[in-house]
Ligand binder design. Structure first.
Ligand code: BJ8
Length: 389
């Protein structure tokens, strides 16, 4: 196993530092936007002069409170996110320190549970919803999404009094693409026989992406990459290489990676919104120049390629999972889905078929944020790792 990299410590104080930074920005009059999903483009928020924090919950504590409002059968990510908000607005339980700082929430029309939760959220904080075409290759989908993003920029201008002009958007596109390239560089190191980072370490970095400011996050990821470059590649025994595919793992939800790696596997890639889906496509900077492509269209093109399970058909996700499995030379895939998440749970069947055809084994784990099934998951993971070793 590779020795722990010192630069990982940079990310440790991320939460406290970030709250201090946001409070300072608010004192200076900057608006803060809370989001819950990758489909809300950072480029537009920053170009309109606002800052953003991602409010997705990965902890199990706030769920009891959320169940006073939401059905128990709703996915834990939605319940945890909403429960944190309730705790913040009612002053009971551990409050979400970020929620208290947001001036508005920008939601998106993805899965049904989230859409309905946003309606309840709208009773507590100004909530703006971006509509999202869910048949992304249908004629007109791109134009519609581009117009939705234009409407979103108008909304932000009303809040911040700053127009997301083409020049400002181009600048933010450059910055966001730089983050995406850095993350790709970080993930490329994991293709080595002995990856310099465990899956758990990488996940904790990825979770900070959604809280830290882009400038600070990039500095830290760059420092981490440079440390890996300076460090000799360790030799070590080969552990079964695992890909996790499925639902995102927001801050607080590390149960499954912990189980996999404590049983001897090493996670080398995550196909999720806390993994490759967050950086895998760049906004096309070249065509901004060569074809004078309007920046809003370039942003719409890139974001519509995100293969969330709310999209249909979603062949590009299934193809991407098989490609990633080959690229990172995985021995097996752990399909991670949350209870109540119909999109990812139903899509599991097609993913399993495609992986079977490619000769790659898959273990499906459907879980929540509690520790109650950890023992049983451990037994299944152990048997899976033995089978693929
Ligand atoms: S782009 S994955 S961040 S919607 S797990 S709340 S889908 S029922 S989080 Fe997501 Fe955006 Fe898609 Fe990514 Fe619904 Fe499923 Fe819950 Fe989910």
């Amino acid at each position: 196993m590779a020795p722990r990299l010192k630069s990982l410590d940079l990310f440790n104080d991320a939460y406290a530092q970030r709250i201090e930074q946001l409070m300072q920005e608010k004192r200076e009059g900057r608006k803060v936007i809370g989001t819950f999903c990758l489909y809300v483009p950072d480029e537009i928020i920053f170009a309109a002069g606002a800052d953003r924090v991602v409010l997705c919950g990965g902890k199990s504590d706030p769920i009891t409170r959320a169940e006073e409002y939401l059905p128990r059968s709703v996915c834990p990510l939605i319940k945890s996110s909403f429960g944190s908000v309730i705790q913040s607005t009612c002053g009971t339980g551990e409050a979400c320190p970020h929620f208290g700082l947001v001036d508005a929430v920008v939601a998106e029309a993805t899965c049904d549970g989230k859409k309905k939760m946003y309606e309840l959220l709208g009773q507590r904080v100004p909530t703006y919803v971006i509509d999202l075409p869910q048949v992304p290759d249908s004629p007109g989908a791109l134009r519609y999404f581009e117009s939705e993003l234009g409407r979103f920029a108008d909304y932000l201008e009303g809040l911040t009094c700053i127009r997301a002009t083409d020049d400002r958007l181009r600048e933010e596109i450059r910055s966001a693409n730089e983050t995406r390239r850095l993350l790709q560089r970080l993930f490329d190191y994991r293709k080595r026989d002995v990856p310099p980072l465990t899956g758990l370490e990488t996940l904790k970095v990825m979770q900070k992406q959604y809280f830290l400011s882009p400038a600070v996050f990039k500095d830290y990821v760059r420092a981490l990459c440079e440390e890996i470059d300076r460090t000799e590649s360790p030799a070590g025994e080969r552990r079964p290489r695992i890909m996790i595919a499925g639902c995102p793992m927001p801050s607080g939800s590390t149960k499954v990676p912990e189980i996999i790696e404590s049983h001897g596997g090493v996670i080398v890639v995550e196909e999720s919104c806390t993994g490759t889906r967050s950086f895998e496509h760049l906004v096309d900077e070249e065509r901004l120049v060569s074809e004078a492509l309007p920046p809003m269209q370039a942003i719409a093109e890139r974001y519509l390629k995100i293969p969330c399970a709310c999209m249909t058909p979603n062949d590009r996700r299934i193809e991407s999972i098989v490609d990633l499995a080959r690229e990172y030379r995985v021995d097996g895939v752990v399909y991670y889905s949350l209870q109540g998440c119909h999109g990812y749970n139903v899509e599991r069947y097609c993913v399993q078929q495609a992986l079977k055809q490619a000769g790659i084994s898959m273990l499906a784990i459907e879980t929540d944020y509690s520790a109650s099934d950890a023992g049983q998951i451990g037994l299944r993971v152990e048997a899976f790792l033995e089978m693929i070793a």
